[in-house]
Ligand binder design. Sequence first.
Ligand SMILES: Cc1cc2nc3c(=O)[nH]c(=O)nc-3n(C[C@H](O)[C@H](O)[C@H](O)COP(=O)(O)OP(=O)(O)OC[C@H]3O[C@@H](n4cnc5c(N)ncnc54)[C@H](O)[C@@H]3O)c2cc1C
Length: 327
Amino acid sequence: MIEKCSVGIVGGGPMGLFCALALTSKTMGRPTLRGERVAIFDPGDPRKTAGMSASAFVDFDWTTSNRRLIRWQENSRDFYRAMLAMPGTALQYGPIYVFRREARVLEPGERHLAAHELPTGFPHGTWAETFRINPPVFLEWMRAELKRRGVRFVPLQVDNFAQVNGECGAKVIVNASGVGAQALCDDPQVFPVRGHCAVVRLRNAPQEVRLVAREQTWYVASGPDECRVGGSSEENCWDLDPDPTAVKAMFQRLRPILPPEFDPDANQLAVSCGLRPGRHGGERLEAENQGNFEVVHCYGSRGDGFTRGPGCAVEVRELVLARVTLD
Ligand SMILES: Cc1cc2nc3c(=O)[nH]c(=O)nc-3n(C[C@H](O)[C@H](O)[C@H](O)COP(=O)(O)OP(=O)(O)OC[C@H]3O[C@@H](n4cnc5c(N)ncnc54)[C@H](O)[C@@H]3O)c2cc1C
């Protein structure tokens, strides 16, 4: 049994960390919880955290009519804007080039690409700006910040929510277990969407995002001489070991959007797979009474956990604060 706390969070991936930050943040104008009142349960195996293999860039969809999604995105945008000023996050804001085989109407903030900006085989493209995240650095920054605030990290694979209640006495448990929610709360709608990501050395890497529309083909600068490239999308595949055939096909598709002199075999630093938390019907973000305690579920963000996560965390925070006594 660890020291008593009010809120236990199952899952230390992006979603669990965003929730812990939102719950203990003093910047959102409402009362907050002291870090000591929050504990995060996660076995700590980076291979099991989809967020570690993400690209990652923020991909807002402002054409949606879904009011809840718009609110999540607005709150995410505010979060990332504030984060840009924080040292150590490695968060960047810059260009995103999307290459297309078919034309499409411009959205706010976009312009059409000129012919000289288009790679061979892509007659259309758009330019806009967005946030770029280097997941291992950003997740580590969030963990360090939460520890500084007093949040405890418990290295534990949780079998059921009563275990969390028994371990720390939490009356509210946030379920941010990603694809683990399939087993943890017996949700048959949850399924893995496996994706490949390679970290690649590239001298003077262009500081931007490049991607092919409607394809899992992307390039994201993650440092002055390093980028993350991908990817793939394989539903219901639980295998965490990269598939050499898929990796070869991925580099083939990447060829038009990477510099011609780039040699993938000579420059690969690491290749990994992550299991995006897919869910039929979309994210589950709601509270559920389980007798002695309440569970606030927050999982199923598929390929948008960084994009929507900080906004989802604001809604989680409202649900949690309505259920615990404040400091
Ligand atoms: C190749 C790839 C590229 C991507 N690119 C982007 C992108 O550009 N932009 C974007 O927004 N998103 C992107 N994503 C998606 C993003 O990574 C996910 O949406 C995000 O990681 C979901 O966060 P999560 O915390 O819900 O799940 P996860 O990241 O999977 O974290 C869940 C955590 O819960 C823990 N856990 C599970 N079960 C238990 C249990 N029973 N007890 C304790 N702990 C448990 C796991 O160990 C894990 O640490 C990408 C994903 C992949 C794979």
